[in-house]
Write a protein that binds this ligand. Sequence first.
Ligand code: CA
Ligand code: CA
Length: 309
Amino acid sequence: MKKIFAVMLALLLAVSVSACSKEEPQTPPEPQTQQGGDPQPQSDPQPEPEPEPEPEPEPDPAPAPEVHDFGETVMTDMDGDGTEEEITAEADGEGYVLRIGGKEIRKEYSVMLIPRFALVDIDASDGCREIIISEEGPSDDHASDFYAYINGEIIFMNEGANRTKPVPADWEWEDDTIESLYDGMTIRGNGVVENTTRAAILQTWFFRSRYALMPDHRLIFAPELFETSHRVELKRSLTAYAENFTDAATLELPAGSGTLVGTDNIQWVELKMDSGERGWLLIEDYNNIVSGGEVLSAPDVMDGLSYAD
Ligand SMILES: [Ca+2]
Ligand SMILES: [Ca+2]
C-alpha cells in the first residue's frame, strides 16, 4: 500500500519537464497539503478554494526512501512513463546484479556489500526514481552506487564524462530507515545528494559534499564556489536564487551593473549587483540562464561577457 502510494505520489509530482519521460503526467499535480503525512486520496469533494494567488514554488517533497532486501521483487515506475518496472537485486560473485525492467547491470566487485537496495527520489520534480546499493568498504570506505532507468536502459549514475569522483556514501541500514554514518547523506528531492565524503589528503577525515543530478541523469560532484570578479551589466532584471540550490528562495536582481563573484563551474554563477542585491543564477547548456521559468541566452540579457572564438 505504501508502495502504491509512493508510486502515485511520484506520478503526481512528475511535472512537465522530466528528464526521464517525455510523457506529460496524466493527472495535474494536486496542491500540496500542509500535513504531508496522510495519504487520503479523495477527502473533500468540494474543498474550500484556497485564496492563494501567488503560488510560491514550494519544493515538492520527495517520497521517503524505501529499503528492500536483495531477493525481494519490487514493482515501481522508475522512469515516470506510467508503467511499473520489476526490480530485483542479488549478490553475484564478489559483487551483485541489479535488474530493472528486464535489463540487468552487474558490479563485479564490492567489499562488504550491504545486501539491500534503497529506492529514492533525488529530484521530486521529475518522474524518475533512483536506486542505491551500498558497500561498507575495507576500512571506512563506504561507497554507494546510484542507478536510474532511462529510455529502457539502466544507467550507472556515478559514472560519465567529466565526472570528478564516484559517490562515496555512508549509509547505516536499520529497519526500514536509512540513516547515514557520520553526518550522513541527505536526499531532499531537490536534485542534490548531500553527503559525507572521505577526504583524499592528510588523514582519515570527512567533509560535507554535494552531488548534483545532471540532465543526463548522472551525478556529479559539486565543488564549492570558485571566486571570480568579472564585471557585467544586466540589461533586464533576472530571477535568481538566494542559495545555489533550486529549492532556495528566489529573488529579483535588477537591471544594472554588477560583478560575477563566483561559480561552482557546473551550473551556478553568483552575481552581486552594485545596488547590493546578490543571488545565484542557474545556468543551463553552457550559457543559458534559467530565470523564473524562462531560459534566456546570457549574452542577450547581460553585457560584458567574453567569448573566445
Ligand atoms: Ca516505467
Ligand atoms: Ca524524481
